[in-house]
Structures are given as structure tokens and as C-alpha cells.
Write a protein that binds this ligand. Structure first.
Ligand SMILES: Nc1ncnc2c1ncn2[C@@H]1O[C@H](COP(=O)(O)OP(=O)(O)OP(=O)(O)O)[C@@H](O)[C@H]1O
Length: 276
């Protein structure tokens, strides 16, 4: 077991135990006004400051460990200067992803793609507020995003019918918007609030903005993988509503922006969304 170091002695011990990148056990208490170093099973460490000061943002306080993967370690922080909204406490929170050394480029890519998606007004995704060098090692990066999804699950089958419907519609709307914007990812990870069905697609580390013009065979394969992954999250009972939502959004975008779905992509999506 690897324990974080750098605690005030009186602070309760927080332990994070990782085997490879799989979290086996974690607690998230981090003392106030302290720097806590988390050591991970892949040999990387992350220094978590409380408060964390980033130019252009209010002080970030109350870090909580959310999870870790191949991209890095992810924490939520509270924005200090805003008043806490008790009804929507997540609105005041941000997500801070500390990359590993070997994943720095993909985490920079995540912020770049999220910025491009924000410019295209794509919904159902995170917003990247800033990207900075990690003071521990400037070759590593830190990105700050929002929103934090509370009581999150990744499977629509675990939701109430109403919440699953909301999540389905968001997912298909986002799919249409991303495809027209020629942005795809092979690693689709929805986080869905169990209570509301509010869905956010996280982890754009592997996302790609496809070049204009004819798609290469590799990109066609990537589009196919992206579309099938998204559709695999939809419960069978929602297949029709999913298809209707997708085409409604597609026609809306095409009518308003005069940007059109690539013909290959159209064929792929049609073949995947055929409803008997
Ligand atoms: N916005 C968020 N709200 C709540 N939890 C989040 C959020 N973003 C990430 N997490 C948690 O942190 C974990 C790691 O995040 P993410 O998948 O983005 O990291 P990664 O290292 O790039 O992962 P991967 O190995 O899949 O590439 C997620 O599985 C999730 O549990």
C-alpha cells in the first residue's frame, strides 16, 4: 500500500492503493492548507495543493480524489470565491486532471479538443478552463475543466426511465454535433448523474479532429468505432427515440449552419441505427 506523504501529523491518513491504473481502495480526505503528495502504483506522484492557485481562476480549495486512469489523476476542487449554491454545489466545482509524464500530450490534446468543441457549441461535454505546466515537472501538464458530475454512473440501464431518456437524448444530440464538427473519440466515457440523468462525455484524451476532405481508411474506422461505442450505451427500448433525436439534431444543425455530415459518416450511422 502506498500512502500519500506530506501530511500534518494530526491529519487522518488517506490511502490510495493502485495496481497498475486500477484503483482498489481510496479515501479522499485532504487536510486544509496543506500539500499532499499522492503516490500511484504506476510510479508517478501527484502533488495536490490546498488551496491551489491558478492565474485567472479563483483559489481552488477542498480537493477530493475522483479517479485515475491512463491519462492522469483527477480531483475535484471547490472555487473559493464564489458563494456556495447549496442546491447545485457542483456548479462551484472544477475538475483538475494531473497528467502522468507519458500522457502529457494526450491530456494537452484533451484541452485543445474541448476548446474546439466549445467554439462549436457542442453540448454534453466538459469545458476546459485552462491548461498549465505542472510545477512538479514542466513536462507534465494540468488541465482544469467543468462540470463535476456528482453521484455519477456510466450505465444507462441503472437509471430510472425518465433519467435514461434524458441521458439518451443528450448522448444522441452530442453525437450529431460531434460528427458534423468532425470530432470523434475511440474511448467514449459518459458520466451520468443518477438522480437527474444529466450526462457529460468525459475523457477526450484520445479525441481527434478529423481533417477536411476525404476520410482516410483509419479515420473511417475511427468514426465507426466512435458511433458504435456511443450507440452501445443506448438501451434497446430507446433505439427509436435515439434515432429520432439524432436526426432531429442533425437536420437542425444542417439547416442552421449549412454544414453537412460527411457522406461516409452518414452511411456508417445509418447502418448502425437501422431499426427493425
Ligand atoms: N467531470 C467529472 N466528474 C466526476 N468524476 C470525474 C469527472 N471526470 C473524471 N472523473 C472521474 O475520474 C476518472 C478518471 O477520469 P478520466 O477517465 O478522464 O481519466 P483518464 O486518466 O484520461 O482515463 P482513461 O484511462 O480512461 O483514459 C473517471 O473514471 C471518473 O471516475
Amino acid at each position: 500500500m502506498i500512502l500519500p506523504t506530506g501530511y500534518a501529523l494530526s491529519a487522518p491518513i488517506t490511502a490510495i492503493l493502485l495496481t497498475g491504473n486500477v484503483i482498489l481502495q481510496s479515501t479522499t480526505f485532504i487536510p486544509s492548507t496543506a500539500t499532499t503528495t499522492f503516490e500511484f502504483g504506476n510510479g508517478s506522484s501527484v502533488r495536490v495543493e490546498n488551496p491551489m492557485r491558478i492565474r485567472g481562476l479563483p483559489d481552488l480549495v477542498e480537493p477530493h480524489f475522483l479517479g485515475a486512469g491512463s491519462g492522469g489523476a483527477v480531483f475535484s476542487y471547490q472555487r473559493q470565491s464564489t458563494q456556495k449554491e447549496t442546491e447545485h454545489p457542483c456548479k462551484d466545482k472544477v475538475v483538475v486532471k494531473f497528467s502522468w509524464l507519458q500522457s502529457a500530450e494526450s491530456v494537452r490534446n484533451e484541452c485543445k479538443v474541448l476548446n474546439a468543441m466549445e467554439q462549436r457549441h457542442i453540448s454534453g461535454i466538459e469545458r476546459c478552463l485552462t491548461q498549465l505546466e505542472n510545477p512538479e515537472d514542466p513536462r507534465r501538464t494540468i488541465i482544469v475543466m467543468e462540470p463535476v458530475v456528482n453521484d455519477a454512473i456510466s450505465n444507462l440501464d441503472e437509471l430510472s426511465t425518465e433519467a435514461a431518456l434524458t441521458a439518451t437524448k443528450t448522448l444522441m444530440t452530442t453525437l450529431a454535433q460531434m460528427l458534423v464538427a468532425r470530432i470523434v473519440t475511440a474511448d467514449v466515457q459518459p458520466l451520468i448523474s443518477k438522480s437527474t440523468g444529466k450526462l457529460v462525455l468525459i475523457d477526450m484524451t484520445e479525441a481527434k479532429i478529423l481533417p477536411e476532405g476525404k476520410l482516410s481508411d483509419i479515420d473511417v474506422a475511427l468514426v465507426r468505432e466512435f458511433c458504435s461505442e456511443v450507440i452501445s450505451f443506448i438501451p434497446d427500448t430507446f433505439a427509436r427515440i435515439a434515432s429520432e433525436t439524432f436526426y432531429e439534431e442533425l437536420y437542425r444543425i444542417e439547416a442552421e449552419s449549412h454544414e453537412f455530415l460527411d457522406d461516409y459518416v452518414r452511411t456508417i450511422i445509418e447502418s448502425l441505427m437501422t431499426i427493425e
